[in-house]
Design a protein. Sequence first.
Length: 126
Amino acid sequence: MKKLLLMMLLLLSATTLSAKGKTDITFSNNAHDFGTIKADKGSVTATYEFTNTGDEPLTIINVTNGGCGCTKPEYPRQPIAPGKKGTIKITFNPRGRSGEFNRSVKVKVSSMKSRKVLTFSGVIVP
């Protein structure tokens, strides 16, 4: 009987521990279409709103630049409390480019193994 009680307590403890400390990020939209933009227009910016849907504060560790110097990410450096919102801005400079583009950036968040992907696209005309 004591062994059964001990096993039940251990199982309950493991379940409680695994349920705590979860961070998760949910984006209201993870894709942006700039449409047609002029190459000499200057930079354009996409804004991605997110919510911390976990039960622990969420910290954005890094947002990649999409593989080129034409993309500049901005993101909050302070932890986001559970249930609170934040934004990630991606600024894209079309200068010197033309034609269709499809790019992505990856968002690394605290205590999450996989990265979230945000995409943006459009057509650049001279």
